[in-house]
Design a protein around this ligand. Structure first.
Ligand code: IMP
Length: 197
Protein backbone atom coordinates (compact mmCIF):
# COMPACT_ATOMS: atom_id res chain seq x y z
CA UNK A 1 0.00 0.00 0.00
CA UNK A 2 1.28 3.50 -0.89
CA UNK A 3 2.41 5.49 2.13
CA UNK A 4 1.41 9.16 2.08
CA UNK A 5 2.62 11.71 4.59
CA UNK A 6 0.16 14.45 5.54
CA UNK A 7 2.07 17.73 5.90
CA UNK A 8 0.53 18.76 9.20
CA UNK A 9 0.81 18.12 12.93
CA UNK A 10 -2.75 19.35 13.47
CA UNK A 11 -4.70 16.32 14.75
CA UNK A 12 -8.01 17.77 13.60
CA UNK A 13 -6.80 17.98 10.00
CA UNK A 14 -5.25 14.50 10.20
CA UNK A 15 -8.60 13.08 11.38
CA UNK A 16 -10.50 14.86 8.59
CA UNK A 17 -8.09 13.58 5.93
CA UNK A 18 -8.07 10.01 7.23
CA UNK A 19 -11.83 10.10 7.17
CA UNK A 20 -12.02 11.50 3.60
CA UNK A 21 -9.55 8.95 2.18
CA UNK A 22 -10.78 5.93 4.16
CA UNK A 23 -11.79 3.94 1.08
CA UNK A 24 -8.51 4.52 -0.80
CA UNK A 25 -5.61 2.04 -0.91
CA UNK A 26 -3.18 4.37 0.87
CA UNK A 27 -1.65 4.45 4.33
CA UNK A 28 -1.68 7.95 5.79
CA UNK A 29 0.94 9.05 8.28
CA UNK A 30 1.22 12.52 9.79
CA UNK A 31 4.35 14.55 10.45
CA UNK A 32 3.76 13.86 14.15
CA UNK A 33 4.23 10.09 13.42
CA UNK A 34 7.67 10.70 11.92
CA UNK A 35 10.44 10.58 14.50
CA UNK A 36 12.87 12.98 12.80
CA UNK A 37 12.15 16.64 13.44
CA UNK A 38 11.79 18.39 10.09
CA UNK A 39 12.24 22.18 10.03
CA UNK A 40 9.11 23.86 8.63
CA UNK A 41 9.44 25.52 5.21
CA UNK A 42 8.86 29.26 4.76
CA UNK A 43 5.34 29.67 3.33
CA UNK A 44 6.04 32.61 1.05
CA UNK A 45 3.72 31.74 -1.84
CA UNK A 46 1.29 34.37 -3.11
CA UNK A 47 -1.69 32.01 -3.22
CA UNK A 48 -3.06 29.10 -1.18
CA UNK A 49 -2.31 26.86 -4.17
CA UNK A 50 1.34 28.00 -4.30
CA UNK A 51 1.79 27.42 -0.57
CA UNK A 52 0.25 23.95 -0.59
CA UNK A 53 2.49 23.01 -3.56
CA UNK A 54 5.57 24.39 -1.85
CA UNK A 55 4.80 22.40 1.34
CA UNK A 56 3.96 19.16 -0.50
CA UNK A 57 7.18 19.28 -2.57
CA UNK A 58 9.28 20.13 0.48
CA UNK A 59 7.96 17.32 2.72
CA UNK A 60 7.99 14.81 -0.16
CA UNK A 61 11.71 15.51 -0.53
CA UNK A 62 12.45 15.44 3.22
CA UNK A 63 10.57 12.18 3.88
CA UNK A 64 11.00 10.33 0.58
CA UNK A 65 7.26 9.54 0.73
CA UNK A 66 4.37 10.83 -1.38
CA UNK A 67 2.95 13.88 0.37
CA UNK A 68 -0.36 15.65 0.74
CA UNK A 69 -0.33 19.27 1.94
CA UNK A 70 -3.06 21.84 2.48
CA UNK A 71 -3.14 25.57 2.85
CA UNK A 72 -6.18 27.57 3.83
CA UNK A 73 -7.37 30.91 5.06
CA UNK A 74 -9.99 33.62 5.21
CA UNK A 75 -10.62 36.35 2.64
CA UNK A 76 -12.72 39.36 3.66
CA UNK A 77 -14.25 41.44 0.90
CA UNK A 78 -14.17 44.80 2.76
CA UNK A 79 -10.46 44.22 3.52
CA UNK A 80 -9.55 43.60 -0.13
CA UNK A 81 -9.11 39.87 0.50
CA UNK A 82 -7.08 40.14 3.73
CA UNK A 83 -5.97 38.25 5.78
CA UNK A 84 -5.68 35.73 2.88
CA UNK A 85 -2.44 33.72 2.91
CA UNK A 86 -1.50 35.56 6.13
CA UNK A 87 -4.57 34.21 8.01
CA UNK A 88 -2.57 32.19 10.55
CA UNK A 89 -0.28 35.09 11.47
CA UNK A 90 -2.57 38.07 10.79
CA UNK A 91 -1.83 39.73 14.15
CA UNK A 92 1.91 38.95 14.12
CA UNK A 93 4.35 36.07 14.55
CA UNK A 94 3.02 35.14 18.01
CA UNK A 95 -0.59 35.24 16.78
CA UNK A 96 -3.37 33.25 18.46
CA UNK A 97 -6.95 32.74 17.23
CA UNK A 98 -7.99 35.36 19.79
CA UNK A 99 -5.46 38.00 18.69
CA UNK A 100 -6.25 37.34 15.01
CA UNK A 101 -9.98 37.79 15.62
CA UNK A 102 -9.32 40.97 17.63
CA UNK A 103 -7.27 42.39 14.73
CA UNK A 104 -9.97 41.41 12.22
CA UNK A 105 -12.68 43.14 14.27
CA UNK A 106 -10.43 46.20 14.65
CA UNK A 107 -9.92 46.48 10.90
CA UNK A 108 -13.68 46.32 10.26
CA UNK A 109 -14.38 48.86 13.02
CA UNK A 110 -11.79 51.27 11.57
CA UNK A 111 -13.83 51.24 8.38
CA UNK A 112 -17.09 51.79 10.26
CA UNK A 113 -18.32 48.28 9.42
CA UNK A 114 -20.05 45.64 11.55
CA UNK A 115 -19.95 42.93 8.86
CA UNK A 116 -18.55 42.02 5.46
CA UNK A 117 -18.94 39.30 2.89
CA UNK A 118 -16.12 36.78 3.30
CA UNK A 119 -14.98 33.35 2.24
CA UNK A 120 -12.73 30.53 3.37
CA UNK A 121 -10.42 28.96 0.77
CA UNK A 122 -8.53 25.68 0.89
CA UNK A 123 -5.95 24.33 -1.56
CA UNK A 124 -4.71 20.74 -1.44
CA UNK A 125 -1.67 19.38 -3.27
CA UNK A 126 -0.53 15.76 -3.61
CA UNK A 127 3.05 15.19 -4.79
CA UNK A 128 4.08 11.62 -5.59
CA UNK A 129 7.60 10.20 -5.34
CA UNK A 130 7.98 10.43 -9.14
CA UNK A 131 7.02 14.13 -9.10
CA UNK A 132 3.39 13.65 -10.28
CA UNK A 133 1.16 16.41 -8.93
CA UNK A 134 -2.60 16.53 -8.16
CA UNK A 135 -4.25 19.74 -6.93
CA UNK A 136 -7.76 20.67 -5.76
CA UNK A 137 -9.43 23.70 -4.22
CA UNK A 138 -12.51 24.36 -2.13
CA UNK A 139 -14.42 27.51 -1.22
CA UNK A 140 -16.96 28.40 1.44
CA UNK A 141 -18.98 31.63 1.09
CA UNK A 142 -20.08 33.43 4.23
CA UNK A 143 -20.00 36.64 6.18
CA UNK A 144 -17.80 38.03 8.95
CA UNK A 145 -19.86 39.71 11.67
CA UNK A 146 -18.89 41.55 14.84
CA UNK A 147 -20.51 39.07 17.23
CA UNK A 148 -18.95 35.73 18.19
CA UNK A 149 -21.21 32.68 18.53
CA UNK A 150 -20.52 29.00 19.26
CA UNK A 151 -17.69 26.97 20.78
CA UNK A 152 -16.78 24.56 17.98
CA UNK A 153 -14.36 24.86 15.07
CA UNK A 154 -11.22 26.98 15.33
CA UNK A 155 -9.65 30.16 13.96
CA UNK A 156 -12.17 32.68 12.67
CA UNK A 157 -15.17 30.32 12.99
CA UNK A 158 -17.02 32.12 15.85
CA UNK A 159 -17.26 35.27 13.66
CA UNK A 160 -17.81 33.51 10.30
CA UNK A 161 -21.53 33.13 9.52
CA UNK A 162 -23.23 30.91 7.02
CA UNK A 163 -26.85 32.06 7.16
CA UNK A 164 -27.74 32.73 10.79
CA UNK A 165 -25.32 30.19 12.28
CA UNK A 166 -21.66 30.82 12.90
CA UNK A 167 -19.29 28.09 11.73
CA UNK A 168 -18.44 27.49 15.40
CA UNK A 169 -22.05 26.42 16.07
CA UNK A 170 -21.99 23.57 13.55
CA UNK A 171 -21.09 19.96 14.33
CA UNK A 172 -17.95 18.67 12.63
CA UNK A 173 -20.09 16.72 10.13
CA UNK A 174 -22.16 19.81 9.28
CA UNK A 175 -19.00 21.91 8.84
CA UNK A 176 -17.33 19.29 6.62
CA UNK A 177 -20.37 19.18 4.36
CA UNK A 178 -20.15 22.90 3.52
CA UNK A 179 -16.54 23.82 4.27
CA UNK A 180 -13.71 24.76 1.94
CA UNK A 181 -11.60 21.89 3.32
CA UNK A 182 -14.46 19.40 2.93
CA UNK A 183 -14.90 20.38 -0.73
CA UNK A 184 -11.16 20.22 -1.50
CA UNK A 185 -10.87 16.84 0.27
CA UNK A 186 -13.81 15.29 -1.60
CA UNK A 187 -12.34 16.47 -4.94
CA UNK A 188 -8.90 15.12 -3.98
CA UNK A 189 -10.37 11.75 -2.95
CA UNK A 190 -11.93 11.57 -6.44
CA UNK A 191 -8.65 12.43 -8.21
CA UNK A 192 -6.63 9.99 -6.08
CA UNK A 193 -9.11 7.19 -6.74
CA UNK A 194 -8.52 7.56 -10.49
CA UNK A 195 -4.77 8.18 -10.11
CA UNK A 196 -4.20 5.04 -8.01
CA UNK A 197 -6.13 2.72 -10.36
P1 IMP B 1 -3.22 26.73 7.67
O1 IMP B 1 -3.91 26.26 6.45
O2 IMP B 1 -3.07 25.66 8.72
O3 IMP B 1 -1.97 27.49 7.38
O4 IMP B 1 -4.23 27.75 8.40
C1 IMP B 1 -4.42 29.04 7.99
C2 IMP B 1 -5.28 29.83 8.95
O5 IMP B 1 -6.50 30.13 8.28
C3 IMP B 1 -5.68 29.18 10.26
O6 IMP B 1 -4.75 29.40 11.28
C4 IMP B 1 -6.98 29.91 10.58
O7 IMP B 1 -6.71 31.15 11.16
C5 IMP B 1 -7.56 30.14 9.18
N1 IMP B 1 -8.47 29.04 8.81
C6 IMP B 1 -8.30 28.09 7.87
N2 IMP B 1 -9.35 27.25 7.82
C7 IMP B 1 -10.20 27.68 8.77
C8 IMP B 1 -11.46 27.19 9.23
O8 IMP B 1 -12.01 26.17 8.77
N3 IMP B 1 -12.01 27.90 10.22
C9 IMP B 1 -11.45 29.00 10.77
N4 IMP B 1 -10.27 29.48 10.42
C10 IMP B 1 -9.65 28.82 9.40
Amino acid sequence: MKKVVIATKNNGKVREMKNAFEALPIELVSLADISENIVEPVEDGETFKDNSLLKAKYYQKCTGMACLADDSGLEVEALAGAPGVYSARYSGEAATDESNNAKLQDELKKRGLTSSKAGYQCALTFVDVDGSILQTQGYCHGEIRNKAKGNGGFGYDPYFYVGESSMAELTMEEKNRISHRGEALRKMAGLLKEYLK
